[in-house]
Design a protein around this ligand. Structure first.
Ligand code: SF4
Length: 198
């Protein structure tokens, strides 16, 4: 995939950008760039597939609620880690970063509390327009996450689209769209030319 246009647009918005052909190369890069710090992880199948926690935890204080015993309350401690790593549910070619969250820790951590945030984005997350990126976040990412979490929601039962449900187990509670990096925090987008997460 040609990341030229989206890279230029992201840089114009103030993001640092790195592009890699493979998840392995991206993981190698992040493993070198994040060293000797505390690093929080957002709930992310992208990061899981990259094996990033296992690599970074060897030489950083790595905090992830998807791993036992990293902290008493890893989600809370991750909120003020030096560095935070996560992905997005959708991104458009203009450079809008879209995330939907249930508990809110992941989206909150993209807004405040760190020296730097990294967004690791596989090519499957990229859509031409904001409307299409939002559509994929709502109709692809969220239903697949609901299925993964075995929620009693229509999207998890059918796996085809969002039903904008009123289920008590609805995982879609808040939407954050980043137009630019937040003030006072560095942000970098790591683009990977492979499908990663959902
Ligand atoms: S709003 Fe409900 S139906 Fe739609 S994706 Fe979220 S959990 Fe599924």
């Amino acid at each position: 995939m040609d990341f030229t246009k989206v890279s230029e647009n992201l840089k114009a918005r103030g993001y640092a950008v790195q592009c890699f052909a493979t998840a392995r190369e991206a993981a190698d890069y992040l493993n070198g760039a994040i060293d000797g710090v505390s690093v929080g992880f957002g709930g992310s199948m992208t990061l899981e597939q990259m094996g990033l926690f296992e690599r970074l935890s060897g030489h950083n204080r790595a905090l992830w609620h998807w791993r036992e015993g990293t902290a008493e309350d890893p989600r809370k401690e991750a909120l003020t880690a030096d560095v935070y790593v996560t992905s997005v549910n959708g991104m458009d070619e203009d450079g809008d970063l879209i995330n939907i969250d249930g508990a809110g820790n992941r989206v909150a951590a993209t807004l405040f509390g760190h020296r730097k945030v990294y967004f690791v984005v596989g090519r499957n997350k990229l859509a031409p327009t904001y409307e299409e990126a939002l559509w994929r976040a709502r109709n692809i990412s969220a239903p697949k996450n609901a299925q993964r979490l075995q929620r009693k929601t229509p999207c998890a039962a059918k796996g085809d689209k969002c039903y904008d449900c009123k289920s008590p187990e609805r995982i879609c509670r808040g939407l954050v769209v980043l137009w630019k990096p937040m003030m006072g925090m560095e942000a970098e987008v790591v683009l990977v030319d492979e499908d990663l997460g959902y």
